[in-house]
Design a protein around this ligand. Sequence first.
Ligand SMILES: O=C(O)[C@H](O)[C@@H](O)[C@H](O)[C@H](O)COP(=O)(O)O
Length: 236
Amino acid sequence: MTPEIETFPTVETWAQSIAGRIEETSGAAVIANGKAVFAGPGGSTPSPVYARLAQANIGWDKVAVTLVDERYVPETSPDSNARLIKDVLLQGPAAKARFIPLYTAEVTVDRAAAVAAHALAEAGGRFDAVLLGMGEDGHICSMFPESPTLKTLLTPTLKPNVLGVPHGRDGMAPSLERISINLPYLMAAGRVILGLKGRAKLEVFEREALGDPATQPIAAMIAAKVPLEVVWTEAN
Ligand SMILES: O=C(O)[C@H](O)[C@@H](O)[C@H](O)[C@H](O)COP(=O)(O)O
């Protein structure tokens, strides 16, 4: 069943609501388990959420922050999602959190993904709260249409894992090699929030939700009963 879409009138109220959900869930995990793990996306959508979340009143020294996907570039690159997280989220009170990168300078992207898989497994192998963005081609994390790793990333019966994603051929996305968590990481998460801005993405979401779970990430999340909350604002 397609999840309900919660609508907010402005980017400010939208970002406040998403940051509040992550704060609530991460704070509760810190109280219950003495630790919390949050994973978020890169891209242009999450910055207003991260700026608010940075001020949240949680035991940040007990929180690990990681990414749902990363471009295979060092932090000095403007394309680095680690750089975005460090510049916008890990500031103020949130600077006390521990950051777990998906990128490390390895010989291949697959080797870097294996190193990241190990680091996430050591951190508990499960996320308390996840924020996702979605591209206008329907991708979440680095689960791109036409990618040779798509089917593996979307296989619900595998263990939570991190995989290397090659860059697309003949102009297909992604333009850079990527590192991505798989669907089972989203299935195991405590709470998964999909933050969408603008009418075009709402239409993509509504179309993709009715798609094929074997090849369309939004349909795959719904079929796999990921605890998904869709939070949308028309404002861009
Ligand atoms: O590194 C990334 O690109 C992301 O983690 C990716 O999955 C992102 O959420 C979508 O591409 C949406 O990107 P925008 O927010 O820029 O539209």
